[in-house]
Design a protein around this ligand. Sequence first.
Ligand code: ADP
Ligand code: NG1
Ligand code: MG
Length: 484
Amino acid sequence: MNGHSSDLVPIAKVPHNERIQKIIEEFHNEYGCQPTFVARVPGRVNLIGEHIDYCGYPVLPMALEQDILVAGSLIEEYKLCIRNANPKYESLELEITANEDITIKADKDGKPYWFNYVLCGIKGALEHLNNEVSTGLKLYIDGNIPPASGLSSSSALVSAACLAFLYAHNATLNKTDIASLCARCERYIGTQGGGMDQAIAFLAEKYCAQYITWNPLKATKVILPEEATFVVAHSLAEINKAATNDYNRRVIECRLASKILALTQDNIKDHSIINLSQVQKMLDKTLEDMVALVYQRLPKMIYTKDEVCKILEITEEEMDERYLTPNTRHLTEFKLKQRALHVYEEANRVEKFRKTCMQSMNGKANGSNNNQTRSSGDENETLNSLGNLMSNSHESLKSLYECSHKNLDLLVDISSKFNVHSRLTGAGWGGCIVALCPKDKVKEYIEMLENEYYVKHCNIEKNKAKSYIFATMPNYGAIVYVTK
Ligand code: ADP
Ligand code: NG1
Ligand code: MG
């Protein structure tokens, strides 16, 4: 890696930044030496396009200011020392000569240890390095992304660990390759993620969101309307995605729906996994056509495992082997229609959201060329259109995808009474909402949520409530700071 091309992860001198200075100091206190570098990877908020990355559809996230920092120094022994600034996360030391030294096991409750996310990143790096370890590492980690809250703390941790290990090994990797590598290696934790989090972590740019497309991975800038502010509010429900099978269940329901929708065209003997976007391409249909096709071909609310096997003309063992994951093989019922409907409609909302942002930007450019200003009516209309798409997204995630949480629904309802559109962001089942708030209403909106949700509903002191809500600005992506 070196910082000459914009395709590569940037490398810069340590900035005058309090958090970075603090981690360097703490590293020294912990290990008695200076770190050589600090890898920084941000969290993200997804504005729209939820649970569709693993179906091959574009998503529209932006990076947050909150991040994971991994400070590191090279040691001669082939050893990894992993410590965290937060004492609740226990330390780990292990010998590391090859990939086989790393096993990723859950704790007795089936929840991954925090350091497993670090190990996922190291495993990915080792794969890229063809298993050639040339140095040991002391690592010290500090994160301020609210964990298990849909803001992608897990991927920031995996990606920062992978980046740190690669940097220590002088590996050259461009942003898209390392993003894809990190998306693959986070799957060692057990969830079959789609790659959005790692993509935005590396491809983010300051001041704009990104429209992320797949195969090949690409990020295209989306300039957000100036008058829009995105506010993130925590529902106070945390959910570790790798500790349950909810996420993978949705992934495999989409897989099974794809196989059934593809039946007429797909050679039934072809057992490769396909996604809902590939089916659309194969059938050469619009997203609206696909919605109609789902109603036609997947009419039932519930499909039993037996029914799916019959339709696909396979045995249960074949289904387990080909399409299911270790933590979904015991499932006996699947909701295929609801999941596929959400995916095709949400993919359509992403396109509309992006188009609305582009039209708003073009309108502004034309307005300034003609020496006119856009009317506040135009601006309201833009925010309203974007907001409606977000509200519809939430409704779909709640009723079709069933990945909301009562706290998230309440936050969305309270916001809506204040005429602010919002939706759950990230995987769901807890975590945060993202709200689109006109700039001039942000202070009032935050104050209202503090009172109506945190104080009245959750019995939290007003002062503490403040820490659960923040207004965001699109931030830049991963970077390595060198200390010497
Ligand atoms: P998210 O939506 O934040 O990505 P996940 O369930 O995917 O949620 O991952 C959350 C897990 O990531 C936490 O339970 C913890 O194990 C790990 N994690 C997140 N932030 C940190 C941190 N700062 N230090 C250690 N582990 C962290
Ligand atoms: P979070 O909430 O950060 O764990 C997950 C997936 C994404 C995407 C979203 C839902 C991982 C690492 N991340 O995000 O790929 O599918 O849910 O849109 O699995
Ligand atoms: Mg995650």
